[in-house]
Design a protein. Structure first.
Length: 212
């Protein structure tokens, strides 16, 4: 079974997906982490992230695996490197390159081939897993999302800078040539602006239980 959750940054996708995976004993597949890993690959290789050909070459050589619930790049655990400001910036840019999206999608589908999972990202319900049994789209006001990211304490930027970055990222994500942020026609839309993560989790769990 595949549960697919889409939505912009800061709506609670990762936390909710993690809780759902724990509850239903599904694998938690975070597609954004794969693009972040690709950004790490590019940065470590000293590749100009704006040179599409060089980025594609680096992505093609990347070996991505999940071991013990953690993401490995070329045999090395990179989980703790995925949330820096630099990786955040470059992963969004790299994810607009269509051949890179095809490469990442192949990795995602390979992992989904034999296990039940909850997958979260930008195009899980529309491109990667269009036949997912449960499809959910989470959304929230950009300022609310910026406050959440600011309170996490993982960024050195001001609240205003984070909000501007989120709005810029939303624009890029919604205007990609492929895999853009869209709401699938059969997805259930939940606005998380005034909901706690626990409330979002309860709603998502209810949808899964209804299917099961």
């Amino acid at each position: 079974m595949v549960v697919a959750i889409d939505g912009p940054a800061g709506v609670g996708k990762s936390t909710v997906a993690h809780w759902v995976a724990d509850t239903f004993d599904f694998f938690n597949l975070n597609s954004g982490a794969f693009y972040r890993a690709m950004a790490v690959k590019v940065l470590d290789a000293g590749v100009n992230a704006r040179d599409e050909n060089d980025v594609i070459t680096a992505a093609e050589s990347a070996e991505l695996d999940i071991i013990g619930g953690r993401l490995y790049l070329d045999g090395i655990d990179v989980e703790d490197r995925l949330r820096t400001d630099q990786v955040d910036q470059w992963s969004s840019i790299i994810s607009t390159i269509i051949p890179v999206r095809h490469i990442v999608n192949r990795h995602l589908r390979r992992i989904a081939g034999t296990i039940s999972l909850v997958a979260e990202g930008r195009d899980m319900t529309t491109v990667v897993f269009p036949d997912a049994e449960v499809k959910i789209y989470l959304e929230a006001d950009p300022l609310v999302r910026a406050r959440r990211r600011f309170q996490q304490g993982t960024s050195s930027r001001s609240l205003e800078e984070i909000e501007n970055s989120i709005r810029e990222r939303d624009h890029r994500d919604r205007n990609k040539k492929e895999g853009s942020l869209l709401i699938a026609a059969d997805a259930v839309v939940l606005d998380t602006s005034t909901l706690t993560l626990a409330q979002v989790y309860e709603k998502v769990s209810g949808l899964i239980n209804s299917y099961l």
